[in-house]
Design a protein around this ligand. Structure first.
Ligand SMILES: Cc1ncc(COP(=O)(O)O)c(C=O)c1O
Length: 375
């Protein structure tokens, strides 16, 4: 059996090596390092893939969230609702922009925003909701959009972990995640489902007005060279990264499918272990692209299991060990412990198993055998 990795970037690279190497060489040969043709072509290809009018590439997924918020003309202290159980980027950018982060609990079943908590957190100052499609599973976009409409709120979908997943509305209509809200964002961090070989990100919107604003913001607020019409940033997708992403985008559905197959193999074997709660796919199968395969250990033995993994050469991840409301940077009197029952519990009980496009059957069987042995 090959050594087990949490993610296997080199195995994936080897399978597309010559195409990636040629794409990188092309950029170097043309020296179009900033905003070169590869960026425009990746933008067009991603627009087509997502079936959205505007994709604006940028430097990383955190900038994508910040730029999305900047484009909405919010006032200082306006409230933005997001989840307590996710990577820190969302709450970070809300705070950087001098807006007020309002953290809410997630569902135990999906790890995604709890609809009742979301609705009860809305006040007269609420302007936007940032749902995160955590671990690759679609948040309940139908309910979120209904609430947003009712209270006249913007929705920024954080699709960093779920690019390529679909949401199916009760009407039967399907839409790619990231294209349903006012704005969608993603990250091309190397370990993401569509990962670059460095940092990268993108912003999606069907609104031409917002897209025009966002295109200015990512490039120092300039529409004409050295004319700065709005306050902007330097947040461009590097041409070399765009060239690599252009190659990899063709394989995104195949990559997501490999993850789903690995997930179903894990679930089939682990289903018989009583003390484990397996990740559920809510709704249609294509609503989950398994960025992570995260299980819940119901027996207070999560940390013991983690130690056992280490001693058996099995890598793992704890996403996330501390709820955002308890982080020093974001802790404040507005947050009451009883509001975060699920996130407090999940941070103590979740563990993510190795998940990538190159997982082999003997590796999955080995990991599952060890888990069964442990319990
Ligand atoms: C849910 C989520 N949002 C945002 C980000 C930020 O992306 P980046 O690392 O590209 O800034 C990440 C990446 O780790 C993420 O997982």
């Amino acid at each position: 059996m090959k050594k087990i990795n949490m993610v296997d970037l080199s195995g994936q690279y080897n399978s597309i090596k010559s195409e990636v190497d040629n794409a990188i060489k092309d950029v170097i040969n043309t020296t179009s390092f900033i905003n070169g043709p590869s960026v425009a072509s990746f933008q067009n290809n991603l627009e087509r893939y997502l079936n959205i009018k505007n994709v604006i590439p940028c430097a990383n997924g955190t900038d994508a969230l910040q730029i999305a918020l900047m484009s909405l003309d919010l006032d200082p202290q306006d409230e933005v609702i997001t989840v307590d159980f996710t990577f820190a980027s969302t709450v970070e950018v809300i705070s950087i922009l001098n807006l007020t982060p309002v953290l809410v609990d997630v569902d135990n079943e999906t790890f995604n925003i709890n609809i009742a908590s979301l609705e009860s957190a809305i006040t007269r100052k609420t302007r936007a909701i940032i749902p995160v499609h955590l671990f690759g599973q679609a948040a309940n976009m139908e309910e979120i959009m209904l609430i947003a409409e009712r209270y006249n709120l913007h929705v920024i979908e954080d699709t960093a972990q779920a690019l390529g997943a679909n949401y199916t509305f009760s009407s039967g209509e399907k839409q790619k995640l990231g294209t349903i809200g006012t704005i969608g964002t993603t990250s091309f961090f190397p370990s993401k489902n569509l990962g670059a070989y460095g940092d990268g990100g993108a912003i999606f919107t069907n609104s031409d007005v917002l897209a025009n604003k966002i295109r200015g913001i990512v490039n120092h607020g300039m529409y004409k060279r050295y004319h700065h019409d709005i306050v902007g940033m330097n947040s461009r997708l590097d041409s070399i990264q765009a060239a690599i992403l252009n190659v990899k985008l063709k394989f995104l559905d195949q990559y997501n499918n490999s993850r789903k197959i690995a997930a179903s193999k894990y679930s089939k074997i682990l289903d018989k272990v009583d003390k484990i709660k397996l990740p559920k796919v809510m709704g249609e199968l294509d609503s989950h692209v398994f960025h992570q395969y995260t299980i819940i250990i119901n027996s207070n033995e999560r940390d013991e299991l983690a130690k056992y993994f280490l001693s058996n050469g099995i890598p793992y991840g704890i996403y996330y060990p501390i709820p955002l409301h308890k982080q020093k940077a974001y802790n404040c009197d507005r947050f009451k412990e009883e509001q975060f029952k699920n996130t407090n519990n999940l941070c103590k009980t979740v563990i993510s198993l190795p998940m990538h496009t190159e997982l082999e059957d003997d590796q999955i069987n080995f990991i599952c055998d060890k888990i069964i042995n442990f319990f």
